[in-house]
Design a protein around this ligand. Structure first.
Ligand code: ADP
Ligand code: MN
Ligand code: MN
Ligand code: MN
Length: 334
């Protein structure tokens, strides 16, 4: 008897990496184990020295196959088992271990856009749909293309045991969101990458392409972000308010380092319009959806809780973003 293990990894495509995966048939009772692939076909190696190593870092049931089949999220290593330059998880693990005593937690709101025939799903062949307004959390067949895929994806995440928290339709027609959390690094990255893989894979069945493009349609249409919600234990406890402000100030001292690592194309999305702060500016404020960092109203009321970094793009790497936020905020707290 055997089962199927789908090995998933992040490739080396510039400027935004893609997910890759392949299937391994494993004898029942055996672990999935180390595997390899041809890095010269994924922008991760030269043809004359092409072997890269896949090391499993997170597994869960595969909700799209039979009971016993699994998904295997992997990190990419050189053949000497040192991390490959595209392996952003390794550095995330280091920072997570360094600041483990502060118990960092993340919840990420992943926005994305469905495409078909070169345009957002449900959009007319020529011109535009009715302007933004009715689509956010909307209902009605003329307005909400893609819901069937969203339903399938949510059910699949639950079946896989991922910490999916909810979904909603977004401001632009054809754009949706799901949230994953609350999880520590690097697990937040592992689960978000697997949830993305499931989204892409399920959309295939509908002849649809789900994209993390941060500004899929230029002009008066919302971009796609990945708001990153963050807390450490002292923020969640009595006296948390002062820690929250200290974290916001710390983020304000490292604007460039963060913004340049929050996803390719961030200048197009963080324009100061469409519920964003301009990428060159930094601000934080209660309930302010035009600020870089929003402090939710409930948090301001309780004087403890978490902060929302609204800047990361939909196409950000959660290993990079969770590492940077943890490092920047925790460095001023320890
Ligand atoms: P909104 O759309 O109003 O910005 P969502 O409901 O989409 O908010 O997402 C809220 C996110 O905040 C969720 O991902 C959740 O996990 C996260 N979150 C809630 N509490 C905490 C916390 N203490 N630490 C980190 N993240 C948190
Ligand atoms: Mn949200
Ligand atoms: Mn949203
Ligand atoms: Mn948000």
């Amino acid at each position: 008897m055997s089962y199927q293990a789908e090995y998933i990894w992040i490739d080396g495509t510039n400027p935004s990496p893609l997910l890759r995966s392949k299937t391994k048939i494993v004898e029942t009772g055996k672990e999935p184990g180390i595997w390899g692939f041809d890095g010269s076909s994924t922008n991760q190696a030269e043809g004359n020295n092409s072997d890269c190593v896949l090391r499993p870092v997170f597994t869960c049931p595969d909700p799209l196959r039979e009971p016993g089949d699994i998904l295997v999220m992997c990190e990419v290593l050189h053949t000497d088992f040192t991390p490959h330059p595209t392996n952003t998880r390794a550095a995330c693990v280091e920072v997570a271990e360094k600041f483990a005593s502060l118990e960092p937690w993340f919840g990420i709101e992943q926005e994305y856009t469905f495409f078909q025939d070169g345009r957002p799903l449900g959009w007319p062949e020529h011109g535009y749909p009715a302007p933004q307004g009715p689509y956010y959390c909307g209902v009605g067949g003329d307005k909400m293309p893609g819901r069937e895929i969203v339903e399938r994806h949510t059910a699949a995440c639950l079946k896989a045991g991922l910490s999916i928290e909810g979904t909603n339709a977004e401001v632009m027609m054809g754009q949706w969101e799901f949230q994953i959390g609350i999880l520590p690094p690097p697990l937040i990255g592992d689960q978000l990458w697997v949830a993305r893989w499931l989204l892409f894979r399920i959309a295939e069945d509908f002849g649809v392409w789900a994209t993390l493009e941060p500004k899929p349609i230029l002009g008066d249409w919302n971009g796609a972000g990945a708001h990153t919600n963050f807390s450490v234990k002292p923020m969640r406890e009595e006296g948390g308010w002062d820690v929250i402000i200290a974290a916001c100030e710390a983020l304000g001292n490292k604007v460039d380092e963060h913004v340049t690592n929050y996803g390719v194309g961030i200048e197009q999305r963080l324009t100061g319009a469409h519920e964003t702060a301009h990428y060159t500016k930094f601000s934080y404020g209660t309930s302010d959806r035009g600020a870089s960092i929003r402090i939710p109203w409930q948090v301001a009321l309780d004087k403890k809780g978490y902060i929302e970094d609204r800047r990361p793009n939909a196409n950000m790497d959660p290993y990079v973003v969770s590492r940077l936020i943890t490092d920047t905020c925790c460095s001023v707290l320890l």
